[in-house]
Design a protein around this ligand. Sequence first.
Ligand code: XMP
Length: 561
Amino acid sequence: MAKKKLKQTLNDSHRVATSDDIEVSTYLEIAKEIGGEQPVAAKEAIPEAEREAIIVIDFGSQYSMLIARRVRECQVYCELVSYDTPWEKIAPLNPKGFILSGGPASAHEPGAPLAPAYIYESRLPILGICYGMQVLTQQLGGRVAPGTKHEYGHAILHLSEVDSPLFADLPASTPVWMSHADRIEEMPPGFTSLAHTENSPIAVMGNKARIFGLQFHPEVAHTPEGKTILKNFVYRICGCQGNWTIGNFIDESISSIKEQVGKGKVVNALSGGVDSSVVATLIHRAIGDQLTCIFVNHGLLRREEVERTFNVFRLNLGMNIIYVDASKRFLDCLKGITDPEMKRKIIGEAFIKVFEKEAKKIGKVDFLAQGTLYPDVIESASSGSKASAKIKTHHNVGGLPAKMTLQLLEPLRHLFKDEVRQVGLALGLPEEMVWRQPFPGPGLAIRIIGEVTEEKLEILRSADYILMNEIKKAKLYRQLWQSFAVLTDVKSVGVMGDYRTYGYLVAARAVTSDDAMTADWARLPYDILARISNRIVNEVPGVNRVVYDITSKPPSTIEWE
Ligand code: XMP
């Protein structure tokens, strides 16, 4: 019975959507919670004096996060908040304007989510996008009705009010991306139509109080002038200065880390992934030797990975690093284990134990650094604590000792992944590290089907090294979300010279993706596939066949386990 329950909970969820380092940080967070500690929110890194922000009120569109990214690309700080967020949470950001996102609801139906009253009372500029436009129409006394035609895809926008500041630098006609069923039947009093498309007489509307509505999506790439419209809104209409730059972010973070940490000590689990590397570098810049990184080598890393990470951080950046080679311990724990979820659980448990032992040696530590990113923050704000959800999967891992009461230090919690990369580059991290493809926390253990052994790890490392080498030589590395080799537990017959062989089957996997939630198999050129296959079969003893995985996610996953 207990076994069945364990299996069930293990199968609930293990996949990680965004961050390549998240597994490690999640284990630590869980351990702390088990140790009776509640996570402490990190301090904001934006100084009060020059604070300005655009607030995106989120009605659940798949593009909401994209709006925030686009605004930040205009060098204006932007946060995404749920439509029921109280004013007290927003006021400290010093908002200069609001954007109402799209969403799946119908504004004319009872119970549809509405914009909070304070956005109208604030007298700040408002830009409603799609559902956001319909909401403000409804709330300000206009009328929204179900459209007879669903308008989806490309349309041509024709400007009627070319002098509107929203349209500065725009041609008189421009393609836009539509996706809506409802339409504005009657604009609220005081509004005029500023632009139309063939099917939408009111594709853009506005009033003198600087409230605007767009029926189309300016945030998507299919609206080529969309960024200009958003830029016009934040600069010409909201009057933003544009102080959200990577340089400013780094300066501000450094002073806020110094202030927060004081004379305290910080510990960081370094994995060589982008997020933990940037976190370590930023904190090191701020507080130097008060930071200690613990680098646990679980023996499931790729060839040269340990050396590369170590060289960058210890030799180039001069960081305090405790390096622990725990490969034997992890391999012993994995002996005889074939179930993928069991592998993950065992690796997680062993990781906590090793980390705990090493951290104890440092003496009193005050902060645990984590590479939490903005999408994780948004996600956990909307769906409760991610860590506590994961406890279901890892409920019996050992916690860090209760006396180790650590506060979280999360200097990247306001950043998107692309911003993290820019920070990494600006801090002088090598491109190779900053553009590293995601690599799962349990490492090669979930790329070896069946039992993990030292012999299989060596075979996989050699095959993976060749694949990566060819991908990099062909300059495809950055275009691919992930590319790697998998060692299957299939053996097949081959012939080499005069001998028959009976060797392993290696699968090559390469995918394109934006966020790992969905992925497409990469159409790698045949000659590159041929080189990968030839080299693996010729150079890796024990392998006599290579196949290429041509399934997308869904229905497959990116990893094989
Ligand atoms: P899947 O295989 O679910 O993978 O399509 C989605 C992304 O998550 C990574 N992944 C993991 N990362 N611990 C991690 O830190 C894990 O247990 C794990 N499993 C999958 C995978 O590499 C891909 O980027």
